[in-house]
Design a protein around this ligand. Structure first.
Ligand code: FPP
Length: 240
């Protein structure tokens, strides 16, 4: 680690490569998702400790629903177990991972059962009386196009006859108070956004690493931030 002069306020993570990580070890894909969930917790802690204010994690996309049923079932079981576990550990003061961390969920949550939506809202409310250093958004049944369509429809139904603007779309996203991401990190070597934060990432910097998500470490995160801090962001203007 040489120099981190510019810490991004908001990082988006495309957590890719769980399946390949497990397959390379001769293990079932769900084993990779379980390892990925442990990495998620490590990276939450690192983000908070490095002074990042917002982190959005792409956990389950609208397109992931086309995966084989047993993989979707395994992922849902993992989310349920995690949700219960996170809630219990925070409530009983058994974890430092979520200290000063607020968790939110973004995506079309109407897809989930009432029971799952209840645990989602329990988790969202649990640290509401604490000082918050990091807000974590977990993108579940999330699709960027779906989010934009949803925002437009929400605006139109609240403002019949009015014209949609950039501001009105931004104000009707799933988490309108969360600033746009400065940096999007994708693991496992792919170079695409895959429908993640399409509206919000208009001027985000993109960083790809070949490391599979279960192996992604605080050191890898620091390398990504270091690369980000050396870039010149122009937002469509010219370099100063
Ligand atoms: C992509 O890897 C990963 C997913 C579709 C699921 C991501 C979920 C987790 C990391 C668990 C997160 C848990 C919580 C509690 C937020 P892939 O299956 O597409 O991997 P592959 O491209 O190698 O097949």
């Amino acid at each position: 680690m040489t120099d981190i002069s510019d810490i991004p306020a908001h990082i988006g993570f495309i957590m890719d490569g769980n399946g390949r990580w497990a397959t390379a070890k001769g293990m079932p894909r769900k084993f990779g998702h379980e390892a990925g969930a442990r990495t998620f917790e490590n990276i939450v802690e690192s983000c908070r400790d490095l002074g990042i204010r917002y982190a959005t994690f792409y956990a389950f996309s609208t397109e992931n629903k086309s995966r084989p049923k047993d993989e979707i079932d395994a992922l849902m079981l993992l989310f349920d177990r995690y949700a219960d576990d996170i809630f219990r550990r925070i409530k009983n003061g058994e974890t430092k991972t979520y200290e000063n961390v607020r968790i939110r969920f973004v995506g079309d949550l109407s897809y989930f059962s009432e029971k799952r939506r209840k645990s989602i809202s329990d988790i969202e409310n649990i640290n509401s009386d604490k000082e918050i250093r990091l807000t974590v958004c977990i993108a579940l049944n999330y699709g960027g196009r779906n989010e934009i369509v949803n925002a437009v429809n929400r605006f139109i139904s609240a403002n019949p006859g009015k014209t949609v603007s950039e501001k009105s779309i931004s104000e009707n996203l799933y988490a309108p108070d969360v600033p746009d991401p400065d940096l999007i990190i994708r693991t496992a070597g792919e170079m695409r956004l895959s429908n993640f934060l399409l509206w919000q990432s208009a001027y985000a910097e993109f960083y790809a690493t070949p490391v599979f998500w279960p192996d992604f470490s605080e050191n890898d995160l620091k390398k990504a931030i270091e690369s980000y801090s050396k870039r010149t962001r122009k937002f469509g203007g010219i370099s100063k």
